[in-house]
Ligand binder design. Structure first.
Ligand code: SF4
Length: 729
């Protein structure tokens, strides 16, 4: 009998004539894959391929990158600026001058009536770095509101906060090359093969060449957990307990790196004292991992010559996300695993340019990791831009997650949303929906005019997408990579860079501050601001030509660099960015303030991603071959739990939390334990109708991963009726 491939017809790759290949970087996740776009004689995009010479992806792409060129002409793209008086009226098409003038006048009117900070700006992690820098100039230097943030608060704020607390500065210390040197890798709350497929491929390749243990900590049997040597199915929200118990074993058995600790850290006494309280025998009752396994993993990690930890949202999206990051750093510092090949903390960033916004957008401070709280930093930037330093606030304003409650309370009256879709991405959506109705003015800037949040806007700016623009991204491992301008913007959409530059002309300080005509001009300003700062974030040696020739360069990359290679790791000399130069060991005590299952709401609700979709499906929902694999919301449920409730595979259920309800199709699987369900977060009016999103006190990041729900079976007719009701709402 013939099976499989021998019976199938071979795949035929269409023969397309490419006149020119143009260099770009993927605009979805933070892996930072280099993509070449093939253009034919008529200037039409005909194909694309992963760049074989790029160190990050070495020719590979995941499904999203492979199909990314379909974005250029995807349905729902904005063609003209739109305007209306009230959000429930129909839009009218308008010209750019009218849209920009109306918006600038509205911003000024609101600020004059209610104060400068009554107008807020929320951006994204998906613009190009030069656009972030220019938006920062506009918002901090011209509009002058302090309520300015990025949607990166929903994904990476805890990593930023944890790095700053431990090392004195943001910036992931490690790199992908560490996979080739490590002797033990521990992954916390990360489903790498689905979230960052090409990083996973790098890891897998490294393990095929040289076997080393892979430990995956995740409450769910994710795809990553299935590939692990050891899977730790932890109780949600108890990572602090697990790591403290591991450190208990490490100190107890003398496995710490005492000479590294003494030379490069401060605070060891308090940390050791705290770890005494986390005996694995007691810890196992809280974190759900048995005592022997905690001891085994602690020994494995501490005894390896080089160990590294990676993590994503399972750590960051928690009521104690910042503490979780600090504790991963604690573990690596006490075992001497920072700044050496294969020994590191490495946050795996979500959005393609979340790093760029952290570095240069001025969201939480000023460009180049400068602080609003620091007088010299304020003066340096004010002098460079040519404005009065007193124009800057002296401390950071509201984070994104505090901006929406401030709309609700009437403190904020106007909002500008840029490439972000809070109507799908924010927790507790029923509350967010209501808050939008309080706004006197909302402007939405997005590639797509059918993005859900646009339902509430007064003005819509159609933006260009990806390679319709030019500029840089910074990826997870601090690698700056370039996207060349391949096509003209679609219809009458405009690059975000152009929109910010034009808006600045309508403000008084826009006359004083110079806004370069091209993204490369903005890049050159950023380079100047990074020279000789003593910070790790130094890009002064880079140029567009060098970046393209190297297929991406990691920072720091100084002006005197003689090769095309930046520093792969930070803190190799044991010197940190703190006042003392030493890393901070910060004891982290477990506090259980999660919403946990109880009699009324007996299931944990967990959320995450699938490989085909990116964030709120604004883009991937339009790409046929991405959408067809996951076209509708679904929920993973354990078959035993389903049997108890009389729920069948592929039937519908209604989930209810203390915030709202959602209807989804059931997929029965052993990937989730009996008391947990999992729903991908990408779908509109779905999982975030249920989530609570308690905020981390340091990072203000919401705990998307932990809340409680109850489940009831509904028939197909009822499911259709409930979903129709929601669409009409
Ligand atoms: Fe793009 Fe990330 Fe896929 Fe690479 S792994 S192609 S960067 S989505």
């Amino acid at each position: 009998m013939l099976f499989g491939r021998r019976k199938r017809k071979p795949i035929v790759i269409p023969n397309k004539t490419v006149k020119e290949w143009k260099y770009t970087t993927c605009n979805y996740c933070s892996t930072g894959c280099a993509i070449e776009i093939g253009i034919d004689e008529q200037g039409k995009v005909v194909t694309s391929r992963g760049h074989a010479g790029a160190d990050v992806n070495r020719g590979k792409l995941c499904i999203k990158g492979l199909l990314e060129t379909e974005l250029f002409e995807s349905p729902g793209r904005g063609t003209e600026p739109l305007i209306r008086q009230r959000f429930h009226e129909p839009f009218e098409k308008t010209d750019w001058d009218t849209a920009l003038d109306t918006t600038a006048n509205k911003i000024k009117e609101i600020q004059a009536k209610y104060g400068r900070d009554s107008f807020a700006v929320v951006s994204t992690g998906q613009l190009l770095t030069e656009e972030f820098y220019t938006l920062g100039k506009l918002t901090r230097g011209c509009i002058g509101t302090n309520n300015y943030d990025g949607n990166t608060t929903l994904c990476m704020a805890s990593a930023v906060s944890g790095y700053k607390r431990s090392f004195g500065s943001d910036g992931p210390p490690g790199c992908y090359e560490d996979f080739e040197h490590t002797d033990c890798l521990m992954a916390f709350g990360s489903n790498l093969p689905e979230q960052h497929p090409v990083i996973y491929w790098r890891l897998k390749e490294a393990r095929e060449k040289r076997k080393f243990p892979l430990i995956v900590v995740d409450p769910r049997v994710t795809m990553f957990a299935q590939f692990a040597d050891i899977h730790l199915p932890i109780t949600p929200g108890t990572d602090t307990v697990l790591i403290n118990a591991m450190m208990h074993v490490i100190f107890d058995e003398g496995l710490e790196d005492r000479s590294y600790i003494e030379a490069n850290t401060s605070g060891i006494e308090e940390l050791e004292k705290l770890a005494q309280d986390y005996n694995p025998k007691l810890a196992q009752k809280v974190c759900g991992i048995d005592e022997d396994t905690i001891r085994q993993v602690a020994r494995l990690y501490a005894k390896a010559d080089a160990s590294m930890s990676i993590w994503t949202m399972g750590i960051n999206q928690s009521t104690h996300g910042s503490d979780g990051v600090v504790n991963i750093n604690n573990l690596n510092l006490v075992t001497g695993n920072i700044g050496k090949p294969g020994g590191t903390s490495l946050s795996i960033t979500g959005q393609c340019n979340a790093m760029g916004t952290r570095e240069w957008s001025s969201c939480s401070g000023l460009p180049g990791y400068r602080y609003l709280e620091n007088e010299k930093d304020r003066k340096d930037i004010a002098d460079f831009w040519g404005i009065d330093p007193e124009f800057f606030p002296k401390k950071r304003g509201l984070a994104q997650t505090d901006i929406f409650p401030a709309i609700e309370s009437g403190e904020i009256k106007g909002l500008w949303l840029i490439a972000t879709n809070p109507m799908t991405s924010m927790p507790n959506l029923p509350r967010i929906r209501k808050s939008f109705q309080n706004l006197e003015f909302l402007v939405v800037q997005d590639v797509y005019e059918d993005v859900e949040t646009n339902q509430y806007s007064h003005v819509y700016f159609p933006a260009a997408v990806w390679a319709e623009k030019e500029g840089c991204h910074t990826n997870t491992e601090r690698r700056v990579n370039l996207t060349r301008n391949v096509l003209k913007p679609y219809a009458n959409s405009k690059p975000d860079f152009w929109i910010f530059k034009e808006m600045a002309k309508r403000f008084e300080n826009g006359e004083k501050i110079e806004f370069p005509e091209t993204p490369e001009g903005a890049f050159n300003e950023m380079k100047q601001l990074s020279v000789g700062t003593g910070r790790t974030l130094d890009i002064s040696g880079m140029s567009y030509e060098k970046i393209e020739a190297a297929r991406g360069i990691q920072w720091p990359y100084r002006a005197d660099s003689e090769t095309l290679k930046g520093d792969p790791r930070l803190y190799t000399d044991g010197h940190f960015q703190t006042a003392s130069g030493k890393a901070n060991l910060i004891p982290v005590r477990f506090v259980n303030n999660n919403e946990c299952p109880d009699d009324e709401y007996p299931f944990w609700l967990n959320s995450g991603r699938v490989v085909e979709h990116f964030h709120t499906r604004t883009r991937t929902g339009k790409i046929g071959n991405c959408n067809k694999f996951s076209p509708t919301p679904y929920m993973e449920m354990n078959p035993d739990a389903a049997e108890e409730l009389g729920v069948q595979h592929q039937s519908y259920v209604r989930l209810t939390s203390r915030r709202g309800d959602a209807v989804v199709m059931v997929q029965l699987t052993q990937r989730v334990p009996r008391n947990m369900v999992f729903i991908p977060f990408h779908y509109h009016d779905c999982v975030n109708r249920l989530t609570l999103g308690l905020l981390d006190p340091y990072s203000r990041q919401p705990a998307f991963k932990q809340c409680a729900v109850r489940i009831e079976h509904v028939d197909q007719e009822e499911a259709a009726r409930l979903n129709a009701e929601r669409r009409a709402y």
